[in-house]
Design a protein around this ligand. Structure first.
Ligand code: C5P
Length: 337
């Protein structure tokens, strides 16, 4: 799901930024997406999916009718109102994600979808570095080498983007790429931070997303006011100015993606999430080629090859040789114990 979501999100976001007609304020799309996610998580918790407010049988053994409303109120009371410190802790990744989600709109206003996808793979590097420092993860030499190859590959695709810049849309590829680099840093830190919080407690990921969503919505609204261009659009034309079907598609795709990311981080980890994103380079590449008239140069092609090679090397595990017991079986069994 993450591969599909990544591919379509990036293409639709790019199309929405270069479409003719009035351009929506990206910071309002970030807030809309947070609201969609927040409401979805509340609904899941209300119908009992949080694991925090399980329905209990009444004392006489007869199952009670599910009361969605009290489910929700109890869960919010236990996990939000009684635990404001948890909400504060999650304000750290939510601040970073709010900045990141705004940066991505900016980046896709200046870079084509394929170049953006490859550049954003640097988040695998930042995720690895933060996983080493924050989660005590150990990386092999081959994995470090693969991260260096990744960096070279990304640099090559950026060189090719400079010469491909689309003058029609007044693109500033350098600024776009700086936005991608910053987003890769926030993605690495926020992802590892969220993984640490999620895996060190029994609180459900839906509730964690509600705890995070409160600050995300507030910070997102501050983001609208902080951006003078967007502030002007909203004050003159309203919050939903320029919202076409395509913009709503982007918002829904990003909201679903955020929830899928949380699930991937819970049941796998951030590094695996990185691989899903890197595979979507290949899918985006083909879609851009056939749909968006993207003409890759050779330097882009080899850069993308290096990025995918680095992903392969990063996840490469030498096949384990089967060890034949050299001692008598009963000695081997004893040693094993
Ligand atoms: O590119 P990256 O994988 O860092 O993107 C993460 C996305 O997932 C962001 O849009 C972020 O807002 C979202 N997310 C979320 N809930 C989480 C973790 C991430 O909505 N618990």
């Amino acid at each position: 799901m993450l591969v599909l979501q990544n591919t379509f999100l990036v293409i639709c976001m790019r199309l929405s930024r270069i479409a003719e007609g009035p351009r929506y304020a990206a910071s309002t799309a970030v807030v809309s997406m947070e609201v969609v996610k927040f409401v979805t998580c509340l609904v899941v918790i209300a119908v009992g999916g949080s694991g925090d407010a399980q329905l209990k049988d009444s004392e006489d053994g007869v199952a009670k009718k599910p009361n969605y409303w009290s489910n929700l109120i109890n869960s919010l009371n236990n996990e939000v109102f009684k635990k404001p410190e948890q909400v504060m802790v999650l304000a750290i990744p939510s601040l970073l994600y709010t900045v990141q989600n705004n940066l991505l709109y900016y980046a896709l206003s200046h870079l084509d979808a394929a170049t953006y996808q490859v550049g954003y793979q640097l988040k695998v590097l930042t995720t690895a570095v933060f996983s080493v420092f924050m989660l005590g993860k150990k990386l092999s030499k081959l994995q470090w080498v693969s991260l260096v190859i990744l960096t070279f590959g990304v640099a090559m695709t950026q060189l090719s983007a400079e010469s491909n810049a689309n003058k029609k849309h007044a693109e500033n590829t350098t600024a776009g790429f700086i936005a991608v680099l910053l987003a890769a840093c926030t993605s690495g830190f926020a992802g590892v931070f969220f993984e640490k919080v999620l895996k060190n407690s029994g609180t459900s990921l839906w509730m964690r997303n509600v705890q995070m969503g409160i600050s995300s919505i507030l910070l997102g609204v501050i983001g609208i006011f902080a951006n003078s261009g967007d502030r002007e659009i909203v004050s003159q034309n309203g919050f939903f100015f320029g919202y076409s079907g395509l913009v709503w598609t982007v918002i829904m795709l990003q909201a679903v993606g955020g929830l899928v990311v949380a699930v991937v981080v819970k049941y796998a980890d951030n590094i695996l999430k990185g691989f899903a994103a890197s595979f979507s380079i290949v899918t985006s590449f083909f879609l851009c080629y056939f749909w968006l008239d993207f003409q890759p140069s050779w330097i882009f092609f080899w850069g993308a090859v290096l990025v995918n090679l680095s992903m392969y090397l990063y996840s490469y595990e030498p096949p384990k040789r089967e060890e034949k017991p050299t001692e008598a079986p009963h000695v081997a069994a004893h040693n094993k114990v």
